[in-house]
Design a protein around this ligand. Structure first.
Ligand code: ZN
Length: 352
């Protein structure tokens, strides 16, 4: 009998709303994640105390672990602690670093993970990748997709606005990443997945034209859904291809050369705009730049304190951060002086 359809992995449940963390106990029981209630909870350093007090009434039995940071060491230590108890699941509650460390720890302990996001700074909420720091920088580790996804808008409203906004940059980068994937397909015969592209693109298109921003529940809901869809597109593709192209190569290079310059989503947004400039796609460039500006996100290297020279060095280094990934950067193979010219032209074109 022929296979009539492909089966897609997906979280059991997905909830984006206010007050979700306070009702976590019934949510976990309803979604069959933790029927006996033996769950471990991991919270981050920032909002850890507040979260612990909110969940005390609903997950009173749960053991709460503190995740000090988003490092491999923190995740491995948590994984070891989890193996000592017979937990049904690990619930990671917090921002990107906490979610990523929790995802990796759960995979080390061999138990499912529930992602409860209190921030919308990047598309790692639902992705099969944990981005963690270690001695020599930052690495991406493959992990199972979370079993359930919860976004609590009460906490998102209280998160640092700059971080919430930056999720917009990470979603927009899908548009650039898909162009790069299509380029790899056309130039190199790289297999491309139409379904993964459609999910990643639809996510970005839902965000790019909106006039409201992070003050609005309606916008935050769309942004959260877009970030989750981006993660699912990566699961379907089996790689980060639908959400990470030259835009992310540039951000990884900036992280490597000038650590602490800015956050993931802000740099992804700048990388996206610059890649559309390199493609000479004026319409998309204008759309992306308008969107970034509308949300108060940086557009030029100078907006995040980088000189044209520094950004040029990052663009030159970018292809080496993701060997084997064919993007507009590998396609154009610009020399350092050509990059420098393009960076200056870019700043002139989009600068105010
Ligand atoms: Zn990203």
């Amino acid at each position: 009998m022929p296979i009539l359809a492909r089966m897609l992995p997906a979280p059991l449940t997905m909830e984006v709303r206010r007050g979700a963390i306070a009702e976590l106990g019934s949510l976990l029981a309803d979604s069959r994640v933790a029927t006996s209630g033996r769950v471990a909870v991991a919270v981050g350093a920032g909002q850890g105390d507040r979260i612990a007090s909110v969940i005390a009434s609903t997950l009173g039995e749960a053991q709460v672990f503190r995740v000090p940071d988003g490092s491999v060491d923190a995740a491995v230590a948590l994984g070891a602690d989890l193996r000592k108890g017979a937990y049904e699941a690990l619930v990671g509650i917090g921002g990107g670093k906490t979610i990523d460390a929790t995802k990796y720890a759960a995979s080390l302990a061999g138990i499912p993970m529930v992602a409860v996001a209190t921030n919308l700074s990047h598309d790692g909420i639902c992705s099969p990748v944990a981005s963690l720091t270690h001695e020599s920088g930052k690495g991406s580790f493959g992990v199972p997709m979370p079993l359930a996804i919860v976004v609590d808008l009460d906490f998102v409203h209280d998160a640092p606005p700059a971080l919430v906004r930056s999720g917009v940059g990470d979603v927009l980068s899908n548009l650039s990443a898909i162009e790069d994937w299509q380029l790899g397909n056309a130039e190199r015969g790289e297999p491309i997945d139409g379904l993964a592209c459609s999910m990643a693109r639809t996510a970005a298109e839902a965000v790019v034209g909106r006039s409201d921003s992070i003050e609005s529940d309606a916008f935050l809901t769309v942004l959260a859904e877009a970030l989750i869809l981006s993660g699912m597109a990566m699961v379907i593709a089996g790689s980060s291809r639908p959400s990470s192209g030259g835009d992310h190569e540039i951000l990884h290079a900036v992280d490597q050369l000038y650590p602490g310059t800015s956050n993931h989503g802000e740099l992804a947004g700048i990388g996206t705009a610059f890649c559309f400039f390199l493609r000479r796609d004026a319409a998309r460039l204008a759309q992306v730049v308008d969107c970034l500006r509308g949300h108060g996100l940086p557009v030029t290297p100078g907006d995040v304190g980088l000189s044209a020279e520094q950004f040029t060095a990052a663009v030159a280094l970018a292809p080496s951060t993701r060997p084997g990934r064919y993007t507009i950067l590998e396609h154009l193979r610009l020399s350092e002086s050509e990059i420098r010219d393009r960076v200056e032209d870019y700043v002139r074109a989009v600068g105010r």
